[in-house]
Each structure stands twice: as structure tokens, then as C-alpha cells.
Design a binder for this molecule. Structure first.
Ligand SMILES: C[S@@+](CC[C@H](N)C(=O)[O-])C[C@H]1O[C@@H](n2cnc3c(N)ncnc32)[C@H](O)[C@@H]1O
Length: 266
């Protein structure tokens, strides 16, 4: 059984979010779905894994709601426990970068605009963020972004075939600072093994965080994954393609440092 959801104020990021930015009720997930075959990859975390997010009620703007209604059918791919044909999903065969937890989508938009030859598959659970991303897609005329509104652990496990991704971006994942919540952190050995198996040889995994203990955990976990090799001695300088994210700006205002990690799939 999934662990009981902690109170919202246990997550350090939420109190500083404005009402319009607060994550919304996610779409129904397949909490009880049976795990599907893992395509020869390492054993999956299973259907009863502990979620890296909690269901919350919150405000969604009317514009985000409208965008969800109008644009979700155009740009989103429904979760299905079967491998996704990426070329079909994007209407072209191009290197595909997965982003987990795009938040309000500002970073995704900037990177997708700067790298038009690549496909960007964004996975996010909360309605306000997905609505905001959809608005960006429309406003910027982006055609190389698709969204899956679902738990990324299940998306990676069930929909991404092994050795397919050109890259993975995980920017400022919820740090879950309290010890009893560390089990909710996304970057843990079983998920990293699964994720690494989905990256094509030579592809990359780029994580960033402003929470030093989580940065240290990321370095340990990624460093111990046999399919991954660090591109740097320890932490990486921020690559030029990654703009400052909203959560990064907040962390900097609070006096936090920022740590990037860039690993290559062997
Ligand atoms: C702290 S926010 C960071 C957002 C953005 N990357 C940024 O830097 O501004 C983390 C985001 O990850 C999302 N998230 C957490 N666990 C997730 C999961 N298992 N699948 C999809 N999204 C998830 C949350 O909904 C939240 O929007």
C-alpha cells in the first residue's frame, strides 16, 4: 500500500507558491494497476511504489482550465500501460528528451524553442502546471512538445521502451527534506536503474536541485548506477541550455546553492 500522504506543508516548496501556481488535483492514476512487463529492463518499482507527489486540492486559473479543456486533446498523450510509439506521437522521427515534473513549464518552453530538432515529452501530474504548459505551447507555436499527465514512474516503466531516449531532464524535483519522507524522493536506486535502461547508449540524464542533501543523494545514486557514467568529476557546471527555473530562483532567494548533475548512458 502507498504510504499515507504527508500534510501539504511538509513540502518546503508549497508555502511559497502563489495560489495560481499551487499544484492541482492530478488526473486519476492507476494506483491499483498491475505492473506490466518491463521490456527486459531491471525489475520495475511495482504498482504499489511510494509516490513522489501527493494529491492536493488547489486553485487553478480559468485560463489554465480553459487550456486543459481545449488543448489537452491536441497535445497530450493518455497514459496507457503499453510502449509508446514516439515517432507516431510526435509525427516525426527525432531524438526525444523526457522531462519529469515540468512544473509551470517555463523551462520546457525555453528549451523546446531553442532545440526545434528534438522532441520533448513532458510528464507532470498537476492540472495547473499542465494547463500552464498547454497555454505556452499555443502561445509559442511549439510543435515539438507532448504532455503525459501521469505519474512519471509509471510512464517510464510502462510507456518508454528500453534504449530510446536521447536525454532526461529532472529539474528541481521535490526534495522531501524530512527524513521520514525521504522515501518519496524520485531519485532512488530502483527508479534510476529503470530510467537509465530507457536512455539510449550515449544519451544523457540531467538533474538539478537546490537542496544540498538531495544533491548528495543524487550524486551517490547516479554514481552507483552501472549503466551511467558521470560527465564531470562530481557536480557539473549548469549547461547553457538549462535556463534558471522558477524553483531555482526561489532557492537562490532563500540562499540555497544549485547543483547540476549530468550523466551519460554507457
Ligand atoms: C518542485 S517542482 C519543480 C518544477 C520545475 N521543474 C521547476 O524547476 O520549476 C516538482 C514538480 O514535479 C512534479 N512531480 C513530482 N513527482 C512527479 C511524478 N512522479 N510524476 C510527474 N510529476 C511529478 C510535481 O507536480 C511538481 O510540479
Amino acid at each position: 500500500m502507498p504510504a499515507a500522504a504527508p500534510a501539504p506543508d511538509d513540502c518546503p516548496y508549497l508555502p511559497s507558491m502563489t495560489a495560481a501556481e499551487t499544484p492541482q488535483t492530478p488526473v486519476p492514476t492507476t494506483e491499483a494497476a498491475a505492473p506490466t512487463p518491463s521490456h527486459g529492463a531491471p525489475p520495475s518499482p511495482g504498482a504499489s511504489h511510494i509516490r513522489s507527489f501527493v494529491h492536493r486540492r488547489g486553485h487553478i486559473t480559468q485560463a489554465q482550465r480553459d487550456a486543459l479543456e481545449r488543448l489537452l486533446p491536441l497535445w497530450s498523450i493518455p497514459y496507457r500501460p503499453q510502449p509508446l510509439d514516439l515517432a507516431q506521437a510526435f509525427g516525426r522521427d527525432a531524438p526525444t528528451v523526457l522531462e519529469i515534473g515540468f512544473g509551470m513549464g517555463e523551462t520546457t518552453e525555453r528549451i523546446a524553442l531553442a532545440r526545434p530538432a528534438e522532441n520533448f515529452l513532458g510528464v507532470e501530474v498537476f492540472n495547473a502546471g499542465v494547463g500552464a504548459m498547454l497555454k505556452r505551447i499555443e502561445a509559442s507555436g511549439l510543435t515539438n512538445v507532448r504532455i503525459i499527465q501521469h505519474d512519471a514512474v509509471e510512464v517510464v516503466r510502462d510507456m518508454i521502451a528500453p534504449d530510446t531516449l536521447a536525454g532526461v531532464h529532472i529539474y528541481f524535483p521535490d526534495p522531501w527534506p524530512k527524513k521520514r519522507h525521504h522515501k518519496r524522493r524520485l531519485i532512488q536506486p530502483p527508479f534510476v536503474a529503470l530510467l537509465a535502461s530507457r536512455i539510449a547508449p550515449g544519451g544523457y540524464l540531467h538533474c538539478a536541485t537546490d537542496w544540498q542533501p538531495y544533491a548528495e543523494q543524487m550524486l551517490d545514486v547516479l554514481g552507483a548506477e552501472p549503466l551511467l557514467a558521470n560527465t564531470c568529476e562530481g557536480y557539473a557546471p549548469r549547461p547553457d541550455y538549462r535556463p534558471q527555473t522558477k524553483f531555482e530562483a526561489r532557492g537562490l532567494r532563500l540562499g540555497h546553492g544549485v547543483w547540476d548533475l549530468v550523466f551519460r548512458r554507457r
